[in-house]
Design a protein around this ligand. Structure first.
Ligand code: MD6
Ligand code: FE
Length: 223
């Protein structure tokens, strides 16, 4: 399913054009179809309640949501109160091929960038399973992705992400700061109405251990 990735930095892997154009097209139409059940909405910043410039929805048993009370995972859509649609099989297979993680993703956050939407520098750290990488899929217009280190003040580098690109953040990069500086208008015709879609897949909870040994290991890590 995947070729050899480019190592962008420690723990950061990039598969350029991992998804063929017909697969990208099918994925985008599937996302808009699923979004009829779980519509895109604008999350709000903790405390201030300022709306995000990005619109979001989720797929999977847990959705990542944000409002005045903070960031959290929720089994239900904040507006409809309904459960999130399931993660499409293709994405579960991609997760497994790219991360080798022994359990399926629990959250696929869908970010929709229209117009001048962007995403500030942040860490993905609301998950218990920090041993699992985060996997991101880019669809539609190209974007300038900024990646730093685990301190906000660490130096950053910029990476262009094109439609069909897949990135994983794991190990030393799992808590690296990152964000989207800018989406480049007119660089793709993939997303109806224009813009960019990013899918971010995550394992949220620590999987149940498969053997008593692994369980003992997690309960009392060797010191
Ligand atoms: C985006 N991506 O590409 C936003 N998070 O629109 C992310 O926030 C992200 O690309 C964790 C790991 C990879 C990512
Ligand atoms: Fe992120």
């Amino acid at each position: 399913m995947l070729n050899k990735p480019l190592v962008v930095g420690p723990g950061i892997l990039l598969w350029h054009s991992a998804l063929a154009p017909d697969v990208q097209e099918a994925l985008v139409s599937e996302i808009f179809r699923l979004a009829r059940d779980a519509p895109f909405y604008r999350p709000r910043m903790p405390v201030s309640g300022k709306p995000f410039s990005v619109e979001e929805t989720n797929l999977g048993p847990l959705g990542w949501v944000s409002d005045e009370t903070g960031y959290r995972y929720s089994a239900t859509h904040p507006q409809t109160g309904g459960q999130w649609p399931a993660v499409p099989n293709l994405l579960c297979e991609l997760w497994s091929a790219a991360t080798n993680y022994p359990a399926p993703p629990e959250c696929c956050l869908v970010n929709l960038y229209r117009g001048t939407a962007r995403m500030g520098l942040h860490q993905d750290r609301d998950e218990q399973a920090l041993d699992a990488p985060v996997l991101s899929v880019s669809l539609g217009n190209s974007a300038l992705f900024r990646i730093g280190g685990i301190s906000r003040r660490d130096p950053t580098k910029s990476l262009k992400l094109d439609s069909g690109d897949v990135v994983t953040f794991g190990g030393p990069a799992r808590l690296a700061y990152h964000g989207i500086d800018r989406v480049m208008p007119g660089t793709s015709e993939l997303v109806p109405g224009g813009g960019r879609i990013n899918l971010t897949l995550r394992r949220v909870s620590q999987p149940e251990s498969k053997t008593p040994d692994q369980g003992a290991d997690r309960a009392s890590p060797a010191l």
